[in-house]
Design a protein around this ligand. Structure first.
Ligand code: RB5
Length: 149
């Protein structure tokens, strides 16, 4: 799967951070698949953007995605409803990569009203550069989660 092709979804609470991250990732050579919202609409709802992106991650169309809402909480709750999606709200660089290495996180959620723009870039780069370890103990734990899907 194309690892330089990344999904991006945000509501009004994540609109500015989403624009900033898109620009920074494009400068790094990433292709951004935009799930909206493409305009700033203070009445929009994060599930309308996050769920289509999460669905494409769950069905294998995309390998990874970034979801931004005001806190990152709602985006995370919505994304984790989709089979095959392992989303987490991330605020520190350790979890940004360890969540991939140990837990095969495939969707990072950020709070556009919480996380500063430069930290957000570092978090996303840590997430995108990380790889799942594939270790037996991690696969064993993931299979226990997968059994619920
Ligand atoms: C929208 O105002 C806000 O509730 C949403 O962006 C997000 O923070 C939800 O978790």
């Amino acid at each position: 799967m194309e690892r330089k092709k990344i999904g991006m979804a945000a509501d009004h609470g994540g609109y500015n951070l989403r624009k900033w991250l898109t620009q920074k990732l494009q400068e790094e050579g990433y292709e951004i698949v935009d799930y909206g919202n493409t305009v700033l609409d203070t009445q929009d709802d994060y599930p309308d953007f996050v769920i289509p992106m999460a669905t494409d991650i769950g069905n294998g169309t995309l390998s990874r995605g970034i979801a931004v809402c005001g806190s990152g909480v709602g985006a995370c709750i919505a994304a984790n409803k989709i089979s095959g999606v392992r989303a987490c709200l991330i605020t520190d660089t350790f979890s940004a990569h360890q969540g991939v290495e140990d837990d095969d996180m495939n969707l990072i959620c950020l709070g556009g009203r919480i996380t500063g723009s430069y930290l957000a870039v570092e978090l996303v780069k840590s997430f995108l550069d990380a790889e799942f370890s594939g270790l037996e103990r991690h696969n064993r734990r993931l299979s226990k989660i997968k059994s619920l899907e």
